[in-house]
Design a protein around this ligand. Structure first.
Ligand SMILES: Cc1ncc(COP(=O)(O)O)c(C=O)c1O
Length: 377
């Protein structure tokens, strides 16, 4: 059998990793500022993480959600504490798309409405509702077309106000990334997020904060929406949550009440996933990684401002987009193959930095030196 060929691949086989470094099968070392797409939050093979997952694996890897799983309760308590949302409720699942799928569904259960507001350039995942609120026709099959979804311009308070004026009573939810990732690192303005909060409250619509990529401390606060001082009704999260172990979840405001079987999953919240999730939060808390992300992010952004030939630098904390001119479209490839540094990308010509939250200044400087050499040619 062959693999179903859906990804354009770099000709590199990563064999092992430690901290912010990975090594290929030839023994070549790479600095990882991509974090396997924002997934590696506490560094590759972090000793505490390895130990907690390994210990759990020796005890029990999985049992179904038909029995009590104290690790889930422990995870919910710690997540509530670290995220500052102790009165919220946690539903665990396996991926970012699934988290958004459940969030959108729960909103509709809550207010018995169907319309969803999403934004231009949004990415929320590949499953049916998640892809329906994703602004990219290439990802949608005909069966995913959904005439209940409207895409409004991002960061446009007036357009949002006008749409709510027109049909606010029919809107079930508004879903928004605090920082658009796939869309090219665009930060939602504080005013825009406050406007979403105000209108959702007024019309009893549900504010869904997609924190799959921008959440879990990456922006320097637990949820990037926190920078605007607003509380969403549902936060979806995934990537950084398990440092590579598939675990995702939604954090749900107290006003949304559960009913048996309204949501469910076989694998979500299994013993191993919870052990991985707990290890990540314990390290975020113990090593003050949110503060670290804020500090290193500021350091990188300020240093990047000194470099020539950059069109724009966007982002917050350790979610940074560096837009380059068309003439420098080879830079990302050169960083990887010449300088042995992994970065992410977004169209049209944006380098995305999504490193582990405990990346050091020394590692940041290695990147800055390499980038500078490419920009000055
Ligand atoms: C903001 C956002 N939401 C949702 C998803 C989907 O997550 P997953 O690939 O785990 O389904 C992604 C993935 O890149 C994302 O960036």
């Amino acid at each position: 059998m062959k693999l179903f060929d859906v990804y354009p691949l770099n000709d590199i086989t990563i064999d092992h990793g430690q901290g912010s470094y990975v090594w290929d099968d030839q023994g070549q070392q790479y600095l990882d500022l991509y974090g396997g797409h924002a997934v590696i939050s506490i560094g590759h093979t972090h000793p505490h993480y390895v130990k907690r997952v390994e210990t759990q694996l020796h005890k029990l890897g999985f049992y179904s959600n038909s029995i009590k799983i104290p690790l889930q309760v422990e995870l919910a308590e710690l997540l509530g504490k670290v995220s500052g949302k102790e009165d919220y409720q946690l539903f665990l699942c396996n991926s970012g798309a699934e988290a958004n799928e459940n969030a959108l569904k729960l909103a509709s259960f809550y207010n018995n409405r169907k319309k969803i507001v999403a934004f231009k350039k949004a990415f929320h995942g590949r499953t049916s509702l998640a892809v329906a609120v994703t602004d990219n026709k290439n990802y949608q099959a005909p069966v995913n077309e959904n005439n209940q979804v409207v895409f409004l311009p991002f960061n446009d308070e007036q357009a949002l106000q006008d749409y709510f004026d027109q049909c606010g009573q029919e809107i079930s939810s508004v879903i928004v990334e605090g920082i658009q990732g796939v869309g090219g690192i665009h930060v939602a303005s504080d005013g825009f997020l406050q406007c979403i909060r105000r209108l959702c409250t007024k019309y009893d619509a549900i504010f869904i904060a997609d924190s799959v990529q921008c959440g879990y401390g990456r922006s320097g606060k637990f949820y990037s929406h926190d920078h605007a001082g607003v509380a969403a009704d549902i936060y979806s999260m995934a990537k950084g949550m398990g440092n590579g172990f598939p675990i995702a979840g939604i954090s749900i405001a107290p006003k949304l009440h559960p009913k048996f079987f309204m949501l469910g999953t076989t694998f979500g919240g299994n013993h191993l996933a919870c052990a991985a999730g707990l290890a990540v939060l314990e390290i975020i808390q113990k090593d003050q990684l949110m503060q670290q992300a804020a500090e290193l992010g500021n350091y990188l952004i300020n240093a990047l401002k000194e470099l020539p030939n950059i069109v724009e630098i966007r982002g917050r904390g350790l979610m940074i987009g560096i837009e380059l001119p068309e003439s420098l479209s080879e830079v990302k490839k050169n960083l990887l193959f010449k300088h042995k540094i992994f970065t992410g990308e977004a169209k049209p010509n944006v380098i995305r930095l999504l490193p582990a939250l405990n990346i050091t200044k020394v590692e940041a400087d290695i990147f800055l030196t390499a980038l500078k050499s490419e920009l000055v040619g």
